[in-house]
Ligand binder design. Structure first.
Ligand SMILES: [Zn+2]
Length: 300
């Protein structure tokens, strides 16, 4: 991957963080994140190729992503509401569909016709076999959907993993209907969590996240791909993300596994969650939550 900024083509950048893979605790290799001095976009430099990256999506990583909890179901419902708040029905494509839980939720509860796209063929196969979902395996470019095929396209925590988000958005623009809706959820670099945790903020998720956006950079990228932003939300602070950042911090600081387990169990008790919920609401006031939700439509 070239080291020039994909948003403004400038090659002037400064290092903002050097981080190992904290999630999988592989601390020997460090990955560098830089910020474009012209437009402010943050990206991994040099960026890993798809082949190199796949090593960091291990079975272990997938397992930790697929945990089912009560709070997880609240999250699913919240995501569904963002879609149904903008469109009532149609064909939905979820890019980065993982185990297919979101498209399954949309099909079973809201009667949407759903299609998934997942780069991990094992995960794609599981969702097809277990829930009779239609899930393609590969990249968006490889699948080559028809023009104007989808009423809604969602990318939950996906665009930051893609090697060229600019191209991905242009391809999405081709396959979305002219009156379709695009919904993205991304880590928010302008969040208080990003300031508080620095390189331990889970929004980096080094080395799997190749880009880190804020409201301004994602808006500009969308405009370049011929979308206009309907609205952006970053008021949904996530307690689970906060816990993940604490976990990353503890790993980085070398806390023992026993202490980390004890502390995480403490943070996940109902009373901690309740306190956490209130704390998040105060901490993330003014759109400073750790997640950015962007709803955009194709420009005419
Ligand atoms: Zn730039």
């Amino acid at each position: 991957m070239s080291n020039a900024c994909i948003l403004c083509d400038s090659s002037k950048s400064k290092v903002v963080a050097e981080i190992p893979d904290l999630w999988l605790e592989r601390l020997d290799k460090i990955f560098k994140y830089v910020q474009c001095e012209n437009c402010g976009l943050i990206y991994q430099s040099p960026g890993l190729s798809r082949e190199q990256l796949m090593k960091y999506y291990s079975f272990e990583y997938r397992q930790t992503q697929a945990k089912k909890t009560y709070f997880h179901c609240i999250g699913l419902r919240r995501r569904a509401k963002i879609v149904t708040g903008n469109r009532n029905h149609g064909v939905l494509l979820d890019i980065g569909s993982g185990n297919g839980e979101f498209i399954r939720f949309m099909r079973d509860n809201y009667n949407w016709e759903v299609v998934g796209l997942e780069i991990d063929c094992e995960l794609a196969k599981t969702s097809v076999n277990l829930h009779q979902l239609k899930v393609f395996c590969g990249t968006l470019e490889e699948v080559n959907f028809n023009n104007n095929q989808f009423d809604a396209i969602t990318l939950w925590d996906t665009l930051e993993h893609v090697p060229d988000p600019s191209n991905t958005l242009k391809e999405i623009r081709r396959i979305i209907k002219p009156d379709g809706i695009l919904i993205l959820r991304l880590p928010n670099y302008d969040s208080r969590d990003a300031r508080l945790f620095g390189k331990y903020w889970c929004g980096f998720d080094s080395p799997r996240h190749l880009f880190v956006f804020n409201e301004r950079t994602i808006n500009e990228l969308l405009m370049k791909a011929n979308f206009h932003v309907e609205y952006t939300r970053s008021d949904i602070g996530s307690y689970l993300n906060f816990i993940k950042s604490i976990q990353f911090w503890m790993i980085g600081m070398g806390f023992s596994i026993n202490f980390r387990r004890f502390f995480l169990r403490l943070l996940k008790t109902p009373i901690s969650r309740l306190i956490g919920f209130v704390f998040m609401a105060i901490k993330d006031v003014g759109g400073k939550g750790s997640e950015l939700v962007v709803v955009a439509s194709p420009s005419k």
